[in-house]
Write a protein that binds this ligand. Structure first.
Ligand code: FEO
Length: 618
């Protein structure tokens, strides 16, 4: 029986899941299975994006037939020839001999290497920036070599603003009924598997991933459809920002990953003591026994953490086997930009440390502590000072927080540090009002309940906002409480423009209003509160409105977005300039305007902030 999922009105997921696969690519354990995604676009022409692994061919072929609804299949876009996405092409062609295969020269070459069917008579060759009009939709082809094979190509549908991203942005794990990343708790349940997928599958090719991210940044992308894992239709920055870090080999977390190989527990003992001492200093630690934890998980952790410690016994005058495999694996995956420390053990000749140093020393931007901790069979009390020295050396990279300084009676500055204000927890809200049939709204971050009977809240609104003027006049407003899935464009729509000269609701499909006649947001909002102003307090730049709540209802259980979450996951990160570019970078969103001068009236095309928010590239 078929099993398909709607992606958009004319795009259908026709892929399938495999939960019986023991090892993906024969190497990587996939305890939660894996999905093979394929998508069918039904425009004036029908277009299939890739096929699936042979393990799920039957379900896939049935899915395609059902989604086609009796139409012929006009095009198959082949973006990646690795057999987990191409294995069913020969059979698909037997069923649809009319098909045209859309591919690059490199894809064609690889198809011929893997398969024997007649492709030359049905090939539609494309190159970088070529387009294919399928009716309403226009497809643009973007070459993405080494992400993760040399022939890989991505496709951008400029009509639907969808990027078909091949392996990029994929993850391990079957889709358990959900198709979209925002249907699951992605950060909690899938980010680790996304990192493991990235680091092991494309981790070696950071430069090439950066190049694809550069190309993608020029496109207006509202949805990402990868070949494995979930479709991204909201909060794309959650995954894109991770790729930006991983591709540059920047750690995600400051802390120490300790991996040990121990035969009789003595090397493990040294690793445990080190971890305890680091924790005493407030430094985060994770520990892996490399004989127990699969290498792919430790490679993934090495991409996550800033500091790496390898503790290994010596075996046959070399590195212990499982540790040796791990070290080679890390080097093969191009691990870079980490601080490393080594503990070695040996009963008659401790050589493992020097050998680990030799392999990792060849990796780029790996800074290895000069002195290994060297153990003869088991750590002795007299050697605890060696562990302490290692803790001190690592700890020097982790300055004590201000609180710790205060506890240690160190002096703290008697000033007002504006950054401390960011420690306060805020939400983010769309504040809406209506005056003389004009609807308007802005973003605010201060809403607080102050009494229960009656329910009263306060909101603080910048007096420069048009919404402020409307509320001052009408006394009525709505708060739409934004939830974590909210895309950046909502902040652009309500936060980066003035309602005096813009209709902030232009293009919105439905005009939903509460009883007070004021509009509210139904999407990316988990609750709505209507307020009637009872008092005002003039606070200089801002007006504090004290209001009674006369309507309030919930719309979803998705967590509210916090100010911190917005900065970490939604707001685009400033892009560091490449090479010796001359120009100006927007301090708000990171957009780079190239050139020697920046006009005074320049407006950032991304976040709409003015020239005053730009600074010259260093
Ligand atoms: Fe999912 Fe590179 O194949």
């Amino acid at each position: 029986m078929y099993c398909i999922k709607k992606v958009t009105d004319d795009l259908v997921w026709v892929g399938a899941n495999d939960r019986r696969l023991a090892l993906f690519e024969g190497v990587y354990s996939v305890p939660a299975g894996v999905s093979y995604n394929s998508y069918l676009l039904t425009d004036e022409k029908t277009v299939l994006f890739d096929t699936v692994d042979k393990a799920v061919r039957q379900r896939f072929l049935e899915n395609v037939e059902v989604a086609l609804k009796g139409r012929k299949l006009d095009y198959l876009v082949v973006q990646h020839v690795e057999p987990d996405h191409s294995a069913v092409i020969p059979e698909l062609i037997r069923q649809h001999p009319e098909i045209k295969i859309v591919c690059s020269a490199r894809v064609l070459e690889f198809i011929k290497q893997f398969y024997d069917f007649d492709i030359d008579s049905r090939v539609h060759m494309v190159e970088e920036n070529d387009t294919l009009k399928t009716g309403k939709h226009t497809l643009h082809f973007v070459m993405a070599p080494m992400v993760h094979w040399p022939e890989v190509m991505m496709t951008y549908d400029s009509t639907a603003k969808i990027l078909f991203s091949a392996d990029a942005f994929g993850c391990f794990g079957a889709l358990n009924g959900a198709l979209f990343a925002d249907e699951v708790d992605f950060a909690k349940d899938y980010m680790d598997e996304t990192r493991r997928y990235y680091s092991n599958i494309v981790g070696k090719y950071g430069t090439q991933v950066e190049s694809v991210l550069d190309k993608a940044s020029a496109l207006n992308i509202e949805m990402i459809c990868p070949l494995h894992g979930f479709v991204w239709r909201s909060n794309l920055n959650e995954i894109v920002s991770k790729y930006m870090l991983w591709s540059k080999y920047e750690p995600e977390e400051r802390g120490v990953m300790i991996a040990y190989a121990s035969v009789y527990g003595n090397t493990e003992n040294a690793a445990e003591i080190l971890a305890c001492r680091l924790r005493d200093k407030g430094i985060k630690t994770v520990i892996f026994d490399v004989s127990v934890t699969p290498s792919s998980e430790i490679v993934s952790a090495a991409f996550k953490w800033s500091h790496l410690v390898f503790a290994s016994t010596t075996y046959n005058a070399g590195i212990f086997v499982t540790m040796e495999a791990l070290i080679h694996d890390l080097a093969a995956h191009n691990i870079q930009n980490r601080r490393v420390a080594i503990i070695e053990n040996g009963s008659w000749a401790a050589t493992s440390g020097g050998l680990i140093r030799e392999i990792l020393g060849k990796c780029e931007r790996i800074d290895i502590l000069e002195k290994n901790v060297s153990i003869l069979s088991g750590l002795k009390k007299a050697q605890l000072s060696d562990i302490e020295s290692m803790v001190e050396a690592i700890g020097a990279d982790f300055p004590a927080p201000a609180g710790a300084a205060a506890q240690n009676n160190q002096s703290v500055p008697n000033t007002v540090d504006p950054n401390t204000m960011f420690k306060l927890s805020y939400g983010l809200y769309v504040l809406t009002a209506r005056d003389d049939n004009k609807d308007n709204g802005c973003i605010i971050n201060t809403v607080m309940q102050i009494t229960v009977t009656p329910v009263k809240i306060t909101i603080a609104v910048n007096k420069a906002n048009y919404t402020h003027d409307m509320i001052l006049k009408t006394k009525k407003f709505n708060i739409s409480v934004l939830s974590e899935g909210v895309p950046f464009r909502i902040f652009q729509q309500f936060g980066f423009k003035s309602g005096k000269d813009t209709d902030k609701f232009a293009g919105s499909k439905e005009a939903l209003r509460t009883e007070n006649g004021v509009r509210y947001l139904s999407e990316w909002t988990n609750g709505v509160i209507s307020g009637e102003v009872k008092e005002t307090v003039d606070c200089g730049t801002h007006m504090l409105f004290v209001a009674e709540v006369n309507q309030a209802f919930s719309l979803s259980s998705e967590p509210s977005v916090t100010y911190q979450y917005y900065f970490d996951n939604i707001k685009p990160k400033p892009q560091p300039p490449k090479g010796n570019k001359k120009g100006f970078v927007c301090k708000i969103c990171g957009y780079v305007h190239e050139g020697d001068t920046l006009p005074d009236d320049f407006i950032c095309p991304l976040c709409k902030h003015g020239a005053g928010d730009f600074e010259r590239l260093a």
